[in-house]
Design a protein around this ligand. Structure first.
Ligand SMILES: Nc1ncnc2c1ncn2[C@@H]1O[C@H](COP(=O)(O)OP(=O)(O)O)[C@@H](O)[C@H]1O
Ligand SMILES: [Mg+2]
Length: 359
């Protein structure tokens, strides 16, 4: 690198490279990260003084790309910062140890790292917006479902009570006819089953009367666990309670609170592999009492994450589940002005978090 012409040629290459990379970044989106990093790496390689000796590696939290093997003894690197946090890096290496980097090349690398950082920030913002919109749509859908369900449940409640009442009357009058009696028992059983479904739907739609009292969340959890002890043993699953405090007072309907805890734990046991542990945590803030139920099972699919709280959503085989448990839980939590969320743990398994106001 001696003549002015050479130096100028290098500067032009670097500027061309920067321009190319800017165009690539402007025209990309989340789904194309892999191709984008590849295009950026290729462009960057051309921008260096000895393209054939140069290898580029770009690491980001979403995707990574390498043009070839990095010679660790001769590199320059720039951090990629996303919202002021180092989240990745671009590393450029030279194969031939006699070659050297130019001062301007480090500057070029810094500029490109900055641009990639901006792109990652843009993607992060987009993602947050999408997930917020999803959550709102889901809440809307649940409340519409709640209204429809409340209507249907109301309409069915009275005729069901009639079917049950009249069937019992007929049964009283038909004491001697064995066959008719058996048929009537079937009618009665089915009517009782339907009444239970209607009752659960009314819970989901927050239509059940409730009596709120001051209760200790930790005690409710402990007494639910005592009742569920046999279920744990039968499934060969262990449990662990981590309570931040022994006294977490809430104003809640004690039976409904137990129902929330029961449903979540029963699901956790159902999806737990043998010898695994269901973990229940309890904590509090100034305004809320919180608890979580986590298991080490398969966790929730994309679809399940979206639909767990909808009535009749179930992945259990027919006969095993009605898909009403969590919709009832959601209804109860909502009527207490609380919040329930479902997510996957980073390792494996699902976590349900319930937050209930203290007053
Ligand atoms: N702990 C869990 N792990 C994995 N999936 C779960 C868990 N809890 C609930 N689900 C999913 O949510 C669905 C609905 O649950 P729920 O409303 O309790 O109804 P059901 O238990 O009758 O299926 C389940 O069928 C399952 O797909
Ligand atoms: Mg269930």
């Amino acid at each position: 690198m001696d003549t002015t012409e050479d130096i100028l040629r290098e500067r032009i290459k670097e500027l061309t490279c920067l321009y190319e990379i800017s165009s690539i970044i402007v025209n990309t989106n989340v789904g194309q990260m892999q191709e984008t990093l590849k295009a950026i790496s290729k462009s960057l390689k051309k921008g260096f003084q000895f393209p054939e000796q140069t290898e580029v590696s770009i690491k980001t939290p979403i995707r990574s790309f390498k043009t070839g093997t990095i010679n660790k003894s001769l590199t320059i690197a720039s951090e990629i910062n996303v919202f002021n946090k180092a989240e990745g890096a671009i590393t450029v290496s030279l194969k031939n140890e006699k070659c050297t980097f130019l001062k301007e090349e480090k500057q070029l690398l810094d500029s490109v790292a900055l641009k990639i950082g901006n792109l990652l920030e843009r993607i992060e913002i987009q993602r947050n917006e999408t997930s917020l919109r999803r959550q709102m749509e889901q809440a809307d859908r649940l409340s519409i479902l709640g209204e429809i369900t409340a209507g249907i449940a109301h309409e069915l409640n009275t005729p069901l009570a009639n079917i049950l009442g009249f069937a019992e009357l007929v049964k009283d009058n038909l004491r001697t006819d064995q066959l008719a009696n058996e048929d009537l028992d079937k009618i009665i059983d089915n009517a009782i089953f339907s009444r239970e479904v209607v009752k659960k739907l009314m819970f989901f739609a927050c239509e059940m009367p409730q009596e709120r009292k001051v209760v200790n969340l930790v005690e409710s959890i402990q007494s639910s666990l005592t009742l569920l002890d046999a279920s744990f043993k039968k499934a060969n699953v262990k449990y662990e309670v981590i309570a931040e405090d022994n006294l977490i007072q809430l104003k809640a309907d004690p039976i409904q609170l137990t129902q929330i805890i029961f449903n979540l734990i029963i699901n956790a046991i159902y999806f737990s592999p043998e010898n695994s542990t269901v973990t229940i945590t309890a904590s509090q803030s100034d305004k809320n009492g919180m608890f979580t139920v986590s298991d080490e099972g398969p966790g929730l699919s994309e679809e399940a994450l979206e639909k767990v709280f909808q009535p009749f959503f179930t992945t259990k085989p027919t006969g095993d589940g009605s898909g009403l448990g969590l919709s009832v839980v959601h209804g109860i939590v909502a009527s207490h002005k609380g919040v329930i969320t479902a997510k996957n743990k980073t390792g494996n398994g699902a976590t349900f978090m319930v937050k209930l106001p203290k007053t």
